[in-house]
Design a protein around this ligand. Structure first.
Ligand code: FAD
Length: 318
């Protein structure tokens, strides 16, 4: 079922959904099941599976020189989605990205997803490869999420890249996109970022999932501004539970978000790792309770392999 159908059938109830990462290459699918099983009691409406493009690693040769190799550390997005739908009967949402794909390869990947009975995709640009600076699309690839979105919309209308194909079957993907309550880090300002977000919605995006945020005001302001600009699709807040002091510096540098003063103070006053984790959980519980009270359509948890803390929060909210 499509994410939008889940949202409209909820009748105003705040749904629960999660995002998981494929395991590192060579690890087992059991890691995914172990991450999902503890959260089944909250009836996730859908489960997003991230997509990880290749990275460069440097391997030392016997003569001491280094060889630059491209590897994908977390492959398996499509297989994991199929396995989730098969084992749990829960809708899986694969993330698809522009980076590393030609349009042809994207088309073939979308055909695979469609044949597997997957109804949803979260369409993203992806980040640059580490060490590459700015994002560089493939020569025959999509440059922005909106270009990839256009390709999915076309396939939904039965327009494939080869317009001479006969008897084509349209795909039926429900399309989600990313939004940034604290602005995407490359955008010159919020107005510019929102202009492109609106363009994605106008081009066919049916819902938005936000980057993680720790200050609900930023989300509420974002939603209000989106509405003022004519963005009327559901905006699903993304929540991450802070569990270590280190994350207070790592998350802002990775995701370009702020840690509120009060959360920082609460974490800094903790003298054990356990207390830090409890403070992070308590913050997330309060955040989610407020979001739920405000009637958000769904709360989307970035589990990042830590179902335990997500379960602690969800059990106090749902
Ligand atoms: P876009 O919408 O293309 O925007 C990128 C930047 O370009 C923005 O600054 C925007 O303002 C600007 N822009 C947009 N359109 C145009 C245009 N036409 N002309 C000029 N400027 C434009 N990354 C992964 O690699 N795998 C994942 O699984 C993944 N999952 C994610 C899930 C969520 C919910 C979120 C919020 C992010 C996720 N990301 C993932 C990270 C994402 O790929 C990066 O944040 C990326 O830098 C931007 O992706 P986007 O889809 O928002 O890009």
């Amino acid at each position: 079922m499509k994410v939008t159908e889940h949202l409209s059938k909820a009748g105003g109830k705040t749904l629960f959904s999660i995002e998981i990462l494929p395991p590192l290459k060579g690890r087992s699918m059991n890691e995914i099941y172990q991450a999902i099983d503890p959260l089944l009691e909250f009836k996730p409406s859908f489960i997003d599976v991230t997509y990880h493009r290749e990275e460069y690693v440097y391997k030392k040769r016997p003569d001491g020189t280094h060889e630059k190799k491209s590897v994908r550390k977390r492959p398996g997005t499509v297989g994991i989605c199929a396995a989730i739908m098969n084992k749990y009967g829960i809708d899986a949402v694969p993330h698809i990205i522009c980076g590393g794909f030609t349009r042809d390869e994207t088309e073939n990947a979308l055909i695979d997803l469609s044949f597997l009975g997957i109804d949803n995709v979260l369409v993203l640009r992806g980040d640059s490869i580490k060490g590459e600076g700015a994002f560089i699309p493939e020569p025959a690839g999509n440059a922005y999420a909106i270009d990839l979105l256009g390709q999915v919309v076309n396939m939904n209308k039965g327009h494939y890249l080869d317009d001479e194909l006969q008897g084509v079957a349209p795909t039926g993907f429900c399309i989600g996109v990313a939004g940034y309550p604290e602005k995407h880090f490359e955008a010159p300002n919020m107005r510019s970022d929102l202009k492109y977000l609106k363009a994605k919605v106008d081009a066919g995006a049916e819902y938005i999932v936000t980057q993680m945020f720790f200050d609900n005001k930023k989300y509420f302001d974002f939603v209000a501004t989106c509405k003022d600009m004519g963005i009327h699709v559901p905006i699903i807040p993304g929540i991450k539970v802070l569990t270590t002091k280190k994350q207070m510096t790592v998350l802002p540098s990775l995701f370009h978000i702020d840690i509120p003063d009060d959360l920082e103070d609460a974490m800094e006053h903790c003298d054990t790792n356990e207390k830090v984790k409890e403070a992070g959980i308590e913050w997330a519980i309060q955040q989610c309770r407020e979001l739920k009270a405000a009637g958000v359509p769904c709360i989307h948890f970035y589990t990042m392999g830590n179902s335990d803390t997500c379960k602690r929060v969800a059990s106090q909210v749902y």
